[in-house]
Ligand binder design. Structure first.
Ligand code: PHE
Length: 377
């Protein structure tokens, strides 16, 4: 009996040992973490980024990986929920032992993750967070996109091109992104001699904007600047049209989702927004990327796809230059990135860990995002 018990314990021990060595084997490769809103309110942000990351991963690992090893992406969903990002980022760092992090799209969620990455000494590359404060968190926080002090300027200059003298602004006070973008738009629009006729606000998740829009209607602006996410922008514009506001709306990159059109319908026709990338570009590198993406996913890539792709490619390049996956050395190599040929433009990181890149202006035309122009920094 005793012998039997012992042997079964041994058997169990052997089984669990072989189990762990088996899972070790499956877990080979360089662990890189991604945190993204794959579900929840802003699911298209995270899904798009992840599709771009997966395409880059396929290409990197398909051509031999990095330093003789494949990259192993570990992707965690924060469900678009505040508070959830810190949980998944801690897991990625302490349990999965990732050597670098990619995320997030929304500035608010990048701001949640950044102090954790910084304290842990793990480099973090945000694909798409444009709020200035994100990379100010510390020397381990990078991004591959332009920042909102630039993006707001782009939108204000564009409003000037539409001969707008009076602009109204509607801000989402629950988002650092919206607050920052509103501020830089306003400063530039005033600097160019424009007048701000009305400043209204709402909070992410609101559904009824009639009070704000009634006030805006009576101010009679030439344009309305709406630094919102796609989750509210089409609702606001639809309600504006119902109230008889005919002025064009201008937004920022947060509008970038096919849901802007599926929800906004004809109300959003003719509106403009700034973005990081146009999938209509004729640049050969972009054309090849768009083709590869269409082949894999049977749809057109948005800006977050391109930025997610650029983030992982840039990280892989930095690891190669570092010659090691040691987070400190990788961090230094990312910081030294110069003229990296991204799909969204050439990326050189400055001393604040931000690139200087052009923006594109897109217009909603016949239910599609049509390229209008490129605005250089
Ligand atoms: N720039 C936005 C933010 O910081 C996120 C975003 C980027 C949304 C690109 C769409 C496209 O919150």
């Amino acid at each position: 009996m005793k012998f039997l018990k012992l042997s079964s314990t041994l058997l169990l021990a052997t089984l669990s040992l072989s189990g762990s060595s088996c899972s070790k084997k499956q877990e080979s490769g360089i662990p890189v973490g991604q945190f993204a809103s794959l579900t929840g309110g802003q699911a298209t942000f995270g899904q798009s980024t992840d599709k771009g990351v997966q395409l880059a991963l396929e290409e990197i690992n398909g051509s031999g990986g990095v330093l003789g090893q494949p990259i192993r992406m570990i992707t965690k969903d924060n469900q678009s929920k505040p508070g959830e990002t810190s949980t998944v980022v801690r897991e990625l760092i302490t349990r999965d032992k990732v050597v670098a992090l990619i995320g997030e799209v929304a500035s608010g969620r990048s701001l949640e993750a950044a102090p954790i990455a910084q304290r842990s000494g793990i480099p973090m590359i945000s694909p798409a967070s444009t709020n200035e404060k994100v990379t100010e968190t510390g020397d381990h926080i990078f991004r591959v996109c332009f920042i909102d002090p630039f993006q707001g300027t782009v939108c204000a200059k564009f409003a000037g091109k539409l001969a707008a003298q009076k602009a109204a602004i509607i801000t989402d006070v629950s988002k650092d992104y919206s607050l920052g973008l509103a501020k830089s738009f306003k400063a530039e629009f005033l600097k160019n001699g424009g007048v701000i006729t009305g400043e209204q606000s709402y909070s992410g998740g609101d559904k009824d904007f009639s009070a704000q829009l009634t006030a805006i209607k009576s101010a009679n602006p030439d344009v309305v600047f709406l630094p919102a996410y796609y989750t509210e922008a089409p609702l606001i514009i639809r309600q504006a049209r119902q109230l008889g506001i005919t002025a064009p709306f201008i937004g920022g990159d947060g509008w970038d989702s096919t849901e802007l059109i599926s929800v906004g319908g004809s109300a959003v026709e003719g509106c403009y927004f700034s973005n990081h990338f146009s999938n209509q570009s004729t640049d050969p590198q972009v054309v090849a990327f768009v083709d590869a993406y269409r082949k894999k996913y049977h749809e057109d890539p948005d800006a977050m796809v391109a930025l997610g792709y650029d983030s992982l490619k840039l990280l892989a390049d930095a690891m190669k230059r570092a010659g090691t996956t040691d987070p400190d050395k990788v961090n230094a190599a990312i910081a030294a990135t110069k003229d990296f040929p991204g799909i969204t433009g050439k990326i050189t990181l400055d001393e604040h860990r931000n690139p200087t890149k052009s923006a594109v202006m897109l217009q909603v035309k016949n239910g599609k995002f049509a390229y209008v122009e490129t605005i250089a920094p």
